[in-house]
Write a protein that binds this ligand. Structure first.
Ligand code: ATP
Ligand code: MG
Ligand code: MG
Length: 350
């Protein structure tokens, strides 16, 4: 069987390793940090930094294909790896989603709607952007943001200097504040031969910038459901993508707006573990290994609830629910804001 190389050993790498193992494939994890969650289940773990060219070469030599569980992999490491083994999803998809400006420019280019946005590096840029876009608005660093980090809300023009200071000199993008009725996401996959399979859109609720729950089915119309899936398919095809992607959307009276894309398995797709025959992790491994894809059909109504930090103390109680699957990531320290696990609760069908 083939060996899949995974850059990153967090919970996503762990669940990808479990899926690969079920398919009789091996995984080899590359991760700078000690004792990553994926180490419990992967076939091999290489502990080395992304500047260690010897380790990167040895890692590439030990695998058949390379994938990743996070976006922020240094370019030089990718250049080296790409010369040795295929990287799936491809470099272009990764580069576009690493930077909010290239991401939004790409989405607009292929005819998709985003919040109005403007590039901001100076106070003068921000003034001009606020004049054009108006308040309320959100200033976001272009790179490295996740779980709502690196963002500042501007309720009125007077908030602008403080918001710019929060960017700490990093390039930023100003986005008009979207008055959405709901947030949804589509998890979709594209195979090596170009076939696309999408899961049913999930409805997402965030708390303090971190995903709290994803519920399927989302409370949207069937027209919105097909729009969402078509948007995801358009993105995957435009990128000649191979693997699973998460597409976050805002539902508004004027239609669906794309918030951001993630070129990997996605927290809002964890419900597929109990809702579908082939979950997002198996789907991603199938895609990068060149297998046929599962069809994405959903067989249950599911609520996914993240266990963040001290929430993990609820596990003994949750374990008494007979219709709830528990997924823990093997992390020991329950730090505030840290994703410790999640549950998938099968909902009674209405
Ligand atoms: P993730 O962990 O999903 O990668 P992130 O840090 O990249 O998060 P975003 O997804 O850009 O951040 O924003 C986090 C949340 O903030 C969104 O899910 C949404 O609830 C809210 N938000 C972001 N941008 C806007 C906007 N332009 N208008 C309204 N709400 C927004
Ligand atoms: Mg993001
Ligand atoms: Mg997001």
């Amino acid at each position: 069987g083939a060996t899949i190389g995974i850059l990153g050993g967090g919970q996503l790498g762990r669940m990808l390793s479990v899926a690969a193992s079920r398919l009789g494939l091996k995984t080899h994890i590359y991760e700078p940090g000690a004792n990553p969650p994926a180490a419990d289940v992967a076939h091999r773990v290489m502990t080395a930094g992304y500047d260690d060219t010897t380790a990167l070469a040895a890692f590439a030599a030990s695998v058949d294909v390379i994938t990743y569980e996070f976006e922020n992999i240094p370019t030089a490491a990718l250049d080296q790896l790409e010369a040795l083994r295929p990287i799936r999803p491809n470099r272009n998809a990764l580069a576009i989603s690493q930077d909010r400006i290239s991401e939004k420019a790409f989405l607009n280019e292929i005819g998709l709607t985003t919040a109005p946005w403007a590039i901001v590096t100076t106070a003068a840029d921000l003034d001009a952007a606020l004049t054009r876009i108006g308040a309320p608005a959100i200033l976001k660093t272009t790179r490295l943001g996740y779980d709502g980090k690196g963002q500042a809300r501007i309720m009125a023009p007077a908030d602008a200097p403080a918001a710019l200071a929060e960017m700490q000199g990093a390039p930023a993008v100003l986005e008009g504040f979207v008055d959405f009725s709901r947030e949804i996401s589509v998890i979709a996959a594209r195979g090596l031969t170009g076939e696309v399979a999408a899961y049913d859109p999930g409805e997402n609720v965030h708390r303090a910038g971190i995903l709290h729950t994803t519920t399927v089915p989302a409370r949207i119309s069937s027209a919105q459901r097909s729009d969402a899936v078509l948007i995801a398919a358009r993105i995957l095809n435009a990128l000649d993508y191979v693997g699973v992607m998460g597409v976050e959307l805002f539902v508004t009276p004027a239609g669906l707006l794309v918030n951001e894309i993630a070129p990997r398995v996605h927290n809002s797709g964890h419900w597929t573990q109990q809702g579908c025959a082939v979950d997002q992790f198996e789907q991603h491994i199938r895609a990068v290994a060149g297998w046929p894809l599962g069809d994405g059909s959903r067989y249950a109504d599911v609520e996914m609830l993240n266990l963040i930090g001290a929430d993990v103390a609820q596990v003994p109680t949750l374990a008494r629910e007979g219709n709830t699957a528990i997924h823990l990531y093997g992390k020991t320290e329950a730090k505030a804001g840290r994703k410790m696990g999640h549950i998938n609760r099968i909902l009674p069908r209405t």
